[in-house]
Design a protein around this ligand. Structure first.
Ligand code: PEP
Ligand code: MG
Length: 570
């Protein structure tokens, strides 16, 4: 057996065999052939089997995620049946006497290049479709297996270099018991999704895809951040026990589901949840969430072949608001870019995507896309307690511009005779240091702040949140971070506004006592962290934590802060 150390990304213990989700090499030997009919037959066979697989994936996606997510596979199936694409491949085999692989690659590339450079967005999407499906056909021609997370039909632990948010969304919860990746950190989106799917996960191991073979027996310990490969009988037994204890602990936490989030000295805070889809709301309510502190709307835009319409968005927002039944719901407008890509928008490749054209920067440049979302949100506002916030605000001008567009759309809707709530709070995410530093100026204009520490830490410490090589610098308890957080909370309170936190730090057991002492009003976290957090807060005195505030803020290192908090809260 081998133990592989990584970062604990989603708690729990999973025991199952490995499923390698690794794209195989698609290299082939470019040679000429005598028997062209045989090559054409090989191509036809590869096309047929690819179509059968896509039909299965489409049916599965439709069942698990609904029609709109399945749509992309209909587009892929159309590509594989399109004579305008397939006939030239066969012609090429006949005229150039090349292997089917070469005919497939060269013809597909010709169409991809042609479509990619067109002005028409629909045609650019076709380029992405062709690229995707030809990989599958190529794998069949070469004789290698192309992994399909949606087709998994037995209990497995998925092993991958990284899982994109759309890969993670496709994982079948019934069979995928856990996952482990080479790259990523606690705040990478695959980790965040794992927590909302309640799947144990370990990320940033640097080596799982190298060290683990298909079908190896694995234990993923998402509490300690370890993957055990081919465990001994004793280890297996010990982990089965740990798994049972974790289940018992969860039962204990569950007793607080309907209890208020009160500190020992009777001070109330709000414990809310971060979600990615309307389907996540069930988990929030099951875990005693008092609100939604962050609805990451970008998942509505991902895993699809085109932008979601106003109507589709309206339905999603309405569903979340109605399910939450007048509890607060903070919806964040589109935060695309960074590690969240939209293939159909064909955004330019950037050297530093996390510092690039993303989130509000993208929305203010693409007003039509932004206005569609704002209209959907405004229309949904009558179905519950909606608050809207803008991501990645770096300047007051950006906030003013975004707010003006929101108010403009509100006016338009009213003129069209549509109902819009008049009590929507408008806030911002504080995740860029410039905004945290001048929070006082912002507090005069916004209704609330939600501190996005996942990004605030990476920008303050200049340490990429996805890069495990610099993860030692990713320090939530660093005094620089705590001083910025304090600045934001004080600024909000001085203007009578509220301050929340929706970065992962809000659910961290060392950070919680500090944040309680700094006066944070709302803590928004993965749904599964809510009950442990409530248990912890009920054992803490807010007044006592407040009395440590100046001391903590004047400390020099994260280590000192951590030691101090541990000592005082034992
Ligand atoms: C954050 O940056 O803290 C945050 C909550 O947003 P995201 O993780 O989606 O970037
Ligand atoms: Mg962020």
């Amino acid at each position: 057996m081998t133990n592989i150390q990584g970062i604990a990304a989603s708690s729990g213990i999973a025991i199952a065999k490995a499923y390698q989700l690794v794209t195989p090499s698609l290299n082939y030997e470019k040679k000429t052939v005598e028997n062209v009919d045989k090559e054409i037959e090989r191509l036809d066979d590869a096309l047929d089997i690819s179509k059968q697989e896509l039909e299965k994936i489409k049916a599965h996606t439709k069942k698990e995620l609904g029609d709109e997510h399945a749509e992309i596979f209909s587009a892929h199936l159309l590509v594989l049946s399109d004579p305008e694409l397939i006939n030239p491949m066969k012609e090429k085999i006949k005229s150039d006497n090349v292997v089917a692989e070469a005919a497939l690659e060269e013809t597909a590339n010709m169409f991809i290049d042609m479509f990619k450079n067109m002005d028409n967005e629909y045609m650019r999407e076709r380029a992405a479709d062709i690229q995707d499906v030809t990989k599958r056909v190529m794998a069949h021609l070469i004789g290698v297996t192309f992994p399909d997370p949606a087709l998994i039909d037995e209990e497995v632990i998925v092993i991958a270099n990284d899982l994109t948010p759309s890969d993670t969304a496709q994982l079948n919860r019934q069979f995928v018991k856990g996952f482990a990746t080479d790259i990523g950190g606690r705040t990478s989106h695959s980790a965040i999704m794992a927590r909302s799917l309640e799947i144990p996960a370990v990320v940033g191991t640097k080596e799982v895809t190298q060290s683990i073979q298909q079908d190896d027996m694995l234990i993923v310990d998402g509490i300690e951040g370890v993957v055990i490969v081919n465990p001994s009988d004793e280890e297996l037994k010990a982990y089965q026990e740990k798994q049972e204890n974790f289940a018992k602990q969860k039962e204990e936490w569950a007793k607080l589901k309907d209890e208020p989030s009160l500190s020992k000295d009777g001070e109330q805070v709000e414990l809310a949840a971060n979600i990615g889809t309307p389907e996540d709301v069930v988990g929030v309510l099951d875990n005693g969430g008092e609100g939604i502190g962050l609805y990451r709307t970008e998942f509505l835009y991902m895993g699809k072949s085109a932008l979601p319409t106003e109507e589709e968005q309206y339905e999603a927002y309405k569903s979340v608001l109605e399910q939450m039944n007048d509890k607060p719901v903070v919806v964040r407008t589109l935060d695309i870019g960074g590690d969240k890509e939209l293939s159909y928008l064909d955004l330019p490749e950037e050297l530093n995507p996390f510092l690039g054209f993303r989130a509000i920067r993208f929305c203010l440049e693409n007003e039509d896309i932004f206005r569609t979302q704002l209209r959907a949100l405004l229309r949904a506002s009558v179905h519950g307690n909606l608050k809207i916030m803008f991501p990645m605000i770096a300047t007051l001008e950006e906030f003013r511009q975004a707010k003006a567009l929101l108010l403009d759309e509100k006016e338009n809707l009213k003129n069209e005779g549509k109902d819009v709530s008049d009590s929507i709070e408008i806030g911002i995410m504080v995740e860029i240091p410039s905004t945290a530093v001048i929070a006082k100026q912002f507090a005069k204009e916004v209704d609330f702040f939600s501190i996005g520490t996942n990004d605030l830490i990476q920008y303050t410490m200049a340490a990429d949140r996805m890069n495990e090589q610099v993860s030692y610098l990713y320090q939530p308890y660093h005094p620089a971070i705590l001083n910025l957080v304090n600045n934001v909370i004080e600024a909000a309170h001085s203007e009578g506004k509220w301050a929340g936190m929706c970065g992962e730090m809000a659910g961290d057991s060392i950070a919680i006592p500090i944040l309680l002492g700094l006066g944070l009003d709302e803590f928004s976290m993965s749904a599964t962290s809510i009950l442990p957090a409530r248990t912890q807060i009920r054992g803490l005195s807010k007044e006592k934590m407040e009395s440590y505030k100046d001391k903590i803020l004047s400390m020099g290192t994260a280590e000192e802060v951590m030691e101090f908090v541990k000592e005082k809260t034992e």
